[in-house]
Write a protein of this length. Sequence first.
Length: 498
Amino acid sequence: MRIQKTYDLPLLVLLFSIVLALQVFAQEDYNLSPGKKIIITDATFKQGSAVIEDSQRSAFARLAEFLKKRERLNIEIGGHADNIGSEQQNVALSLGRAEAVREFLVMSGIASSRMRTRGYGSQLPIASNNDESGRTKNRRVEIIGLSAFSGKLLASPDGKALPPEARITMLKPPVRVMPAWEGDWQEAVIDQPLYEAFKVSTLEGARADITFRNNSVLHVSDDALLMIYGFDSAPTLGGGTSSTKGADAIAKNIELTKGNLSLKLREMRAQDTFSIRTKVSEVGFNTSSQNASAKVRVDARERSIISVLEGRANVKVTANDPRTGQTLEVGEEYGIIVGDSSEDSRTPKRLPTMPELLEPAERITPTESGVVSFRWSNGGLTARLEIAANIEFTELVYNQIRKTQSAEVNLPEGTYFIRLTSIDSIGFESRSRLRGLVISREVPDKSASKPFRFRYVEFGLLVLAGGCFWAGLLFNKNILKQIAAGLVAVSLVMFLLL
């Protein structure tokens, strides 16, 4: 008997660990990402009943724990019935089943505002209604995630995913994302689909481009934190036999908590708007020219520094400012600060002019020291000099803010891209000066580098000269022969010099 008791305790511990592991696995097995849904069936309800069977309560308890870890995830609870009885009765019965599940989840600690219910009746069976086994499967509930602000289903009845609001089209790690259906941060990947309530964080040295469905682009600098609300987000959960309003009834597209972003809006229609919210402002863009671009920065004092490069912006002041409640119009190439009580920030200011890059030339030979001298003119303002190894500026080799109008940079042979931006004393930024730079010991072939378009011009001049000469012979006009000679001379000069 002693030997038997010796083995009882470890065996019980092992069995308990297995049961616990299976429970944890069952909880994490739920997935409400786009295109996914949770189907709880297997006799969840008896025929004609909207009371959850005791055998299925553990499944809904696990669902409650799943939702508690994902506070930004809203759901639709869809009730379904078999085909016994009239469709009117089945719709009412299926809605009652969905309401029973919502009541269970509310009692388990899930906010009612995060859920909407809908009764689908017998419209969407997942099994045959010709036998009791199939009808049992059809008496079910389906849990589908909702886009957090517009309330669109993340999965269609046939399991297709909702199209994303945007995608990450360029990134320089480390960039992190947190979807509403996940409880923690994840490493972002290129072509990452972004949905409403997606948080995006760029760490030190990181960058990302977010491209929306209409090809508008958001350039996010390092050390930034923002949330995606969508390109055409609506203020309610919407739809369904019974629905509830979303937590925030003010439409917005981006919420910037900290850092810098540059916005390039494209293909906007007259009725379109795009808004960026910060802690102290709501920056709205609309344009009849279909294009707009701006830079928005939240500084260490939580002020919003807005520079409008193209188009116009309406800036609503929401907090920490004497103008709270006012909406200010900011025109093209003007900027404004919100969240500052100083007199200097009350009215829009003209943005600084774009800097002029004086040196180096577009192509240079490397020096013995490997140092390249940069010099520019921008009226003595501070400037941001960025040098990258690729045109997307994800591979930065130099990135500094300079108070002088020059810089010495160690650069080996290669091809580089330069971006130079003026920054005034307030913090407003100009348009950026872009240029390429080639550092190479090879002597370029001038004949190969001649602009190809001039060959067409020279050929055309020779053809015209031939026509004038022929006409001069035909009509015996010396003036036409002289014009022909002049055209030949011009074409030869262009060929030699260009």
